[in-house]
Design a binder for this molecule. Structure first.
Ligand SMILES: [Zn+2]
Length: 335
């Protein structure tokens, strides 16, 4: 059975010195820590240590091969988005990352599918970078769950969504810049509480503002099984019904109408939650994903789904079919 991982991250081992190039700090650089490892540093502040499987395309293919997974959808690490930077600089940075991913896809077309990055702080420039990336062979674009505090339902982003739809570029929404992060640093709460909330924030904002109706051919995947959106859809639907004056101001359609109209990945870490998401979304809207190579991901490559007594047709959808349909690709491209 073909297996595709819809949610993985990659970074070039060698990057320009962004602070030197742009004349101000705040960007992520890599510093060698020990053989086979590097520290992600923001100026002098340590962010995270990564290993060679974060940049070595061949090593990744080997590791995936051992787990029976052939294809990886690769996107940058969200900390690289740099939405806070000057937009031309963020565009330069995105172009560098996009060229790196495009090269990996060109060298290994049966093993990699590329998602680009764009400077969302400047939607018109983001469209330029998106068009270039589309011409380089990227199949979609990864964006953050908010852009410097602006919600994704903001009309300033509509021209960008229109361009994604026109260029057949799928959208991958990844939580970043977590709400409340300054108040909850202890216990890794931005990752455990903030990230699922961010994804729900993105989904609610896009649905309530009517993005899914205005751009019906836009194919959206929400990370981490949609975060807290699907588990709290009952509350969200009830809120829409009982306080339409607050919630239904731009879109009268109840939010549960949109279930199954977008994609989510399978990163739940719990078969009970996946069963529930299956009921909400259907197997053809759930893509096996891992968040590889990071420890909070499902580094067993969706193995838990195989022990869930699902029929073969459902498993085929979960492991490959849903990702192919999200990205508008055919199975034959990987045979
Ligand atoms: Zn991720």
């Amino acid at each position: 059975m073909l297996k595709i991982d819809s949610h993985t991250h990659i970074l070039p081992r060698i990057m320009p010195n962004w602070a030197e190039k742009f004349g101000y700090g705040g960007f992520i650089q890599l510093e060698v820590s020990r053989p086979g490892f590097a520290n992600m540093m923001r100026d002098d502040v340590f962010f995270r240590e990564i290993a060679s499987n974060c940049w070595d395309a061949e090593e990744r293919i080997d590791e995936y091969g051992k787990a029976g997974v052939q294809v990886q959808v690769i996107s940058t690490i969200p900390v690289m988005f740099s939405y806070w930077a000057k937009s031309q600089d963020a565009a330069d940075l995105a172009r560098f990352l996009n060229a790196h991913i495009a090269e990996i896809v060109r060298d290994h077309p049966k093993h990699y599918i590329g998602l680009c990055s764009v400077p969302m702080q400047d939607p018109e420039l983001a469209i330029d970078v998106l068009e270039e990336a589309c011409n380089q062979g990227h199949r979609g674009v990864q964006i953050g769950s908010n852009v410097n505090g602006l919600n994704l339902g903001d009309s300033r982003f509509f021209s960008f969504y229109e361009a994604c739809q026109r260029l057949n570029m799928s959208l991958f929404i990844h939580p970043w810049d977590m709400m409340g992060k300054n108040e909850m640093e202890r216990y890794w709460l931005p990752w455990l509480v903030g990230m699922p909330a961010e994804t729900s924030r993105a989904a609610c904002s896009m649905i309530f503002s009517g993005v899914l109706d205005k751009f019906p051919d836009l194919r959206i995947l929400f990370s981490h099984a949609g975060g807290s959106f699907l588990p709290t859809i009952g509350r969200i639907k009830h809120g829409h019904a009982c306080r339409p004056d607050l919630v239904a101001v731009d879109n009268p359609t109840p939010p549960d109408h949109y279930l199954g109209k977008f994609w989510v990945d399978s990163i739940t870490h719990d078969p009970r939650l996946l069963r529930y998401i299956l009921e909400m979304q259907g197997a053809d809207r759930i893509c096996m994903g891992t968040d590889y190579p990071f420890p909070l991901g499902d580094l067993e490559f969706g193995q838990f789904m195989e022990g869930m007594d699902l029929n073969e047709a459902a498993l085929k959808q979960l492991f490959a079919g849903s990702t192919l349909s999200w990205l508008g690709l055919e199975l034959s491209a990987f045979e």
